[in-house]
Structures are given as structure tokens and as C-alpha cells.
Design a protein around this ligand. Sequence first.
Ligand SMILES: Cc1cc2nc3c(=O)[nH]c(=O)nc-3n(C[C@H](O)[C@H](O)[C@H](O)COP(=O)(O)O)c2cc1C
Length: 183
Amino acid sequence: MPPQPTDQETATAIPPDNRSPGRGIAIICHSVHHGNTMQIAKSMAEEFSAQGWTVELLDIEEAAAADLSQYAMVGLGSGIYFGRHHPEILKLAETINPPPQVVFLFSTAGLPFLKLLQHGALRRRIKRRSILIMGEHCCRGWDTVGPLWLMGGINRQHPNATDLAKTRTFAHTLSQQLKEKSG
Ligand SMILES: Cc1cc2nc3c(=O)[nH]c(=O)nc-3n(C[C@H](O)[C@H](O)[C@H](O)COP(=O)(O)O)c2cc1C
């Protein structure tokens, strides 16, 4: 019987391109209330593409099945519900394996000026895993939770064109930072 390859030899037989990070940017978005966060995720995807990156927009299931360590950067975002990102995004941040090396966090919220506080639960989970956070972004999103529904909600028609322009500026800055980091 011919000699069987050892585990070490099998591992080194994988083409390096399939193992080294830097293929592009993945944006993981969970947007369940009015699709507000998906709007800004798509804006960021357009800007990253315009800057020459390959971009993949993933839902939670796709992200859980993907090897996120293969991407140059990974975005994680959802609406804010009861002061934090959606539980599915928080769970993903705790369980993704292998973890991405660089991430950015994003959200839409009824009260976006509370970004530092409301991103805290996700930020802590990411930091616990020693993943670099390149930036964070939050913008106003139409909110009809509870009694707000009776008056048509707050932040009607948000994200609007100005919000989306600011979101693209955020993505543009991230892209520049990532290019500088990669040399
Ligand atoms: C159940 C629920 C709870 C919410 N809690 C908060 C909150 O604690 N803070 C906040 O700023 N916005 C809160 N919002 C508003 C949402 O964050 C906002 O509408 C967001 O844009 C929804 O994003 P989506 O359409 O992508 O799901 C809440 C909305 C819902 C439906």
C-alpha cells in the first residue's frame, strides 16, 4: 500500500490563496423591523465596490456557514432593539469560528445619539475575542415600536439621502484605512 499523507502534508497541500485573508469585504446584516439597516448595508456595499473591493452581503445563516477569517474586513450590523444589536448578531459575534481579523460595527436606531452605549454589547463581545474594530456607524431609522406606532413612529423616512451619503462617507474612510493597513 502506498504511504498515506500525514495531516501536516494534507494541510500544506491546500493552495495558499484559499487560506490567506484579503479576498474582500463581507457585510453581515440582520434587518427585521422596517429594513432600515439593510438600506445602509447596501449603501456601504456600493461604496466599497466603487473603491474596488469585492463585497458580499451575507445573512446570519450564510455568515455562520462562511469562513470569515478569509475576508480583509467584516461588517456586523442590525437595528438596535432594547438598547443592543439583535440577539442573532450578538450570538454570531460570540460563536463565529474562525473569527474575522478586522470588523466594523453598524446599526440604525430610533435614538442614534446613544450609539456608544447601544453598540456596547456587541463591542464587548468582539473585544473579548481580540478582534480589531476598524470603526462604528449608526444612523437614524424609522421606528414604530410600541405606542410610537399610533403617531406614525419617529424618524419617518429615515434613513434618508443625507443619512445614506454619511454612510457612504463612513465606508469610504474605512476603505482608505484598510488599504493603508494592508500596505
Ligand atoms: C422591538 C424594538 C425595540 C427597539 N428598541 C430600541 C432601542 O432600545 N433604542 C433605539 O435607539 N431604537 C430602538 N428601536 C428602533 C430600531 O432600532 C429602529 O427602528 C431600527 O432602524 C430598526 O432597524 P431595522 O429596520 O433594520 O430592523 C427598537 C425597535 C423595535 C422594533
